[in-house]
Design a protein around this ligand. Sequence first.
Ligand SMILES: Nc1nc2c(c(=O)[nH]1)N[C@H]1C(S)=C(S)[C@@H](COP(=O)(O)O)O[C@H]1N2
Ligand SMILES: [Mo]
Length: 423
Amino acid sequence: MQRYVNVSEKVAGGGLLHRRTLLGVAAFGGVAAAGKSLAAPLAVPEWSEVPGLPMSGYGQPSPFEAHVQRPVLGLYPEGTGDGAGVSFTPLEHLEGTITPNGLFFERHHSGIPEIDPTRHELVIHGLVRQPRVFTSEDLVGMPLITQTVFLECAGNSLFNSLAEPQQRSAGEIHGLIGAAEWTGVRLADLLDLVGIDPRATWILAEGADAAKQSRSIPLSKIIDGDAMVALYQNGERLRPEQGYPMRLVLPGWQGSMQTKWLRRIKLVDGPTQTKDETSKYSLSQKDGRAQQFIFEMGVKSVITRPSPGIAPTRPGLYQISGLAWSGAGRIVRVQVSADGGTSWADALLDGDARPKMLTRFRLPWDWSGEPALLMSRATDEMGAVQPTRMEWYAPWAPEQLYHQNAIQVWSVAATGEVQNVYL
Ligand SMILES: Nc1nc2c(c(=O)[nH]1)N[C@H]1C(S)=C(S)[C@@H](COP(=O)(O)O)O[C@H]1N2
Ligand SMILES: [Mo]
């Protein structure tokens, strides 16, 4: 049941209002400024005078939304041609929790292979009773399941691991994450078909790209787990960028294990120690040792509105909006601070908080026009609380950039300009 309070009850410093404050929509600064009185007569624009464009086989966003793009960042110098890089989900331009397929972040180690699905095969072999080969059409004909979950790169937010705060958009800092409704075959069902040798404890999953990205995955994530071979993303076949015609989805675990263009699964009796889990995706500690096989993504949140480039224009009421998630399960609480963490207010979680899925949070904010420090702090159902940057940093060596889940601090200047700052 929702409880609404009638008066604007200030529940924390910096103008944060109770999350159930009942506010007429006209009270909000942006809305009041946007509305204007009706001037007679109502004009007839040119698009109302003639029939519009014809139907189309595959719809595209409005050309007036053409600025909503994935920022692309090649990790290696132009022209080296190895296809390694990332593009970010533009989080600050999106609402709700589902990432549109065309804006889902990308991380490729060797570009996007152009795969003819009639020639692509998935081999399952190793410690099995009977090795088998599957086409994507074989898989489409099997019992399918659907899971709506986020997928986050272990390198997400790594800019905030650097010594100086980077001035980039919310998406460019935190957008190596996307969430989708994935449909495919339970990996446990496929392994049932080949028959698991009791000596098998891990699998090796390998992609069909030139990088042959390969990772070791413990069998426990598959047997009685939620691992799946996804074929569809938000209702349509996977995009080439997301692994067409098939990819692994391992809810809550780091993106790099969720092998795209999946072509081989080998059942083995221990981790394979591939290049993608030794030289990369292992975490350097202060004491000189490294931690391997950190699978689960930590509890995290970020305010997407306001954020750099999405600034309040004048003092008044605004709705703070952001995303929270955890690889361990559901988000149970998001707190927001407008005074740099001195005081906190509980945000309203929008809709159902689903396990291992993005959760939208919102909170009304009465901005006085004074400089503010906006932060959000998420808690998951296991009781894990998002750390501050200093807390997050404590165990790691300076070169350790992965699994950065620290609280983001946005400073809002009197002009409304929003910047990334460290406290
Ligand atoms: N075959 C293959 N699988 C891959 C990769 C790759 O380069 N090749 N990148 C991995 C990494 S590091 C991440 S974060 C996710 C990114 O998935 P996306 O591009 O669909 O967002 O795919 C993973 N699977
Ligand atoms: Mo990644």
